[in-house]
Design a protein. Structure first.
Lengths: 117, 112
């Protein structure tokens, strides 16, 4: 079956612009996660959805970042007034259920590489 | 902060076993050890996890010491496609156990 897909794969924008990054999770997965990975670092947690609601958005760096998942499937990460420091790979993951446990691992997409000029 | 310590890089010859160490000296009794890997330009991929006992699956084996303060991921016959960054993660046992906390991992380079 299809894995997690993310679009676009690459996004180049100018400082101050607005961007949207899309994630299509594995069908039937109720939990969805966004992570951000800067060069040379491991991924950092941003936000977690259980169904349609954001259960934990403690990783979002500031109020320029916002994410939605209106129908409990596809999610969009939105960044307003982009800054050069926002340049990173944005990763999306999904799992069948939240939390840990056998057969409940997180499946990651290939990421969207965002470059802010 | 990540709860684990890993060497930044390791090398392995193709066909040989790759043994990747991880220290997690502050692990608590009900926290699991997870391993993920990330091949260049891809998202992380789950490998294996364990609590106390050694575990094996089609990808790797996980050896956890009796005091649970360290573990070793073993790739029994490394191939060039195993070149990746390997992350050892201690999974939070509390209410936020959905969250993966990655460190910098170990870059494993498998040489021909």
């Amino acid at each position: 079956g299809a894995g997690v897909s993310q679009t676009p794969s690459n996004k180049v924008t100018e400082k101050g612009k607005y961007v949207e990054l899309r994630c299509d999770p594995i069908s039937g997965h109720t939990a969805l996660y966004w992570y951000r990975q800067s060069l040379g670092q491991g991924p950092e947690f941003l936000i977690y959805f259980q169904g349609t609601g954001a259960a934990d958005d403690s990783g979002l760096p500031n109020d320029r970042f916002f994410a939605v998942r209106p129908e409990g499937s596809v999610s969009t990460l939105k960044i307003q007034r982009t800054e050069r420091g926002d340049s990173a790979v944005y990763l999306c993951a999904s799992s069948l259920f939240p939390g840990q446990g056998p057969y409940n691992e997180q499946f990651f997409g290939p990421g969207t590489r965002l470059t802010v000029l | 902060d990540a709860k684990t310590t890993q060497p930044p890089s390791m090398d392995c010859a193709e066909g040989r076993a790759a043994n990747l160490p991880c220290n997690h000296s502050t692990i608590s009794g009900n926290e699991y050890v997870y391993w993920y890997r990330q091949i260049h330009s891809q998202g992380p991929q789950y490998i294996i996890h364990g609590l106390k006992n050694n575990e094996t699956n089609e990808m790797a084996s996980l050896i956890i010491t009796e005091d649970r303060k360290s573990s070793t991921l073993i790739l029994p016959h490394a191939t060039l496609r195993d070149t990746a960054v390997y992350y050892c993660i201690v999974r939070d046992s509390g209410g936020s156990n959905y969250k993966l906390t990655f460190g910098k991992g170990t870059l494993l380079t498998v040489n021909p």
